[in-house]
Write a protein that binds this ligand. Structure first.
Ligand code: DD3
Length: 330
């Protein structure tokens, strides 16, 4: 997905687990505003002591930093945000310019934009578990082949043993967190879902639009659990998700990529909606399954995802990869 580079690049993929311990902190409530932190708010990062850089990407202008905040392990993700067209006039009018070089008709400058147009997006995981730290560390990936039998014998027991916390998902469904960020909700317990911006999106511009649809139903772990029984749920998410995005962001269905991850980052079924023009992390063929294809496949074979061999990449340090190796499958 990323260009070949000598420097390891993290694709910004979210980690499997989000500690439920910090769900009620003041910081979380501030984050969940989804907008600029109010003026006069304390800088919770002022005491951050960097341990090491886990990974970075010059192309994506992002850095993943491991460190300590009040004796606790923390991961901080800093990211330069896209330049919005509606800020151009102010950037041109109100910036400070320093000439770097001039040659013929060409010149380059260092441009200092007004502070409010020069923000970084900061994502904080506190306390960060060993898993978070490892997840953002630069890692080699391997493509795994998972038959239906492999899923039953290797993957399912691994998921159950790990019991990845999806407390943050339940917080969203129960309106205990991020409730003001909800874009659309269908409250039906069987067919309903919540649509809201993913953490990865700063919501400043539609160019990198990234929303997730989370079903109210709690018993569907992933693509593997889906059967034709779930077609009404999937079609409901597809139709109402597209409608809500058109209404709120004026982005028509033809500009949208709706898909599921396998393996997912967290085992509560969710659908990703991203701007087609944005090469979102994890939208490559090795991990993304178009919702439209999933619907078609379940229509032609109700047990399609229960029986097919599925392929997906795993990072070298992923416990699941270890299980596949132990079983002699790699
Ligand atoms: C996560 C996968 C998980 C670090 C990070 C993200 N969208 C989330 C909590 C709330 C959210 C998400 C795990 C965790 Cl940066 C570790 O993702 C979330 N809220 N992806 C939203 N809206």
């Amino acid at each position: 997905m990323a260009a070949v580079s000598t420097k390891c690049e993290n694709n910004g993929e979210a980690s499997d687990e989000y500690s439920p311990k910090n769900k009620k902190t003041k910081r979380d409530q501030e984050n969940s505003q989804g907008e600029n932190v109010k003026e006069g708010d304390e800088n919770v990062l002022s005491g951050f002591k960097t341990t090491n850089v886990l990974s970075d990407s010059a192309r994506e202008k992002v850095i993943f930093v491991h460190g300590k905040l009040d004796e606790q392990n923390a991961v901080v993700i800093l990211e330069k945000t896209p330049i919005r067209e509606d800020t151009l006039a102010e950037i041109f009018a109100a910036s400070t310019l320093t000439l770097d070089m001039r040659n013929d008709i060409y010149s380059t400058y260092r441009l200092q934009a007004p502070p409010h147009l020069n923000e970084l997006k900061a994502t904080v995981v506190l306390p960060a578990t060993e898993k978070h730290v490892k997840k953002y560390q630069c890692q080699e990936s391997f493509l795994v082949e998972e038959t239906a039998e492999d899923y039953q014998a290797i993957t399912l027991p691994f998921i159950q043993k790990q019991s990845f916390s999806v407390q943050w998902v339940y917080n969203i469904l129960e309106k205990k967190a991020e409730s003001e960020r909800i874009v659309f909700e269908d409250p039906d317990p069987k067919l309903g879902f919540v649509l809201l911006p993913d953490f990865k999106w700063d919501q400043k511009q539609v160019d990198n639009l990234y929303l997730i649809a989370i079903p109210h139903q709690r018993n569907i772990k992933s693509l593997r659990d889906l059967t034709s029984e779930h077609l009404p749920l999937l079609q409901n998410i597809f139709q109402k998700g597209k409608d809500a995005i058109l209404e709120k962001y004026k982005l028509p269905a033809g500009k949208l990529r709706a898909y599921l991850h396998y393996q997912p980052s967290y085992y509560h079924l969710h659908v990703h909606f991203t701007n087609l023009g944005y090469e979102a992390p994890g939208c490559g063929v090795e991990r993304a399954h178009l919702l439209a294809d999933v619907v078609q496949n379940l229509r032609s074979d109700p047990r399609y995802y229960k029986t097919r061999t599925l392929y997906f990449p795993l990072r070298a340090d992923d416990g699941l990869l270890g299980q596949f190796k132990e079983a002699g499958k790699l």
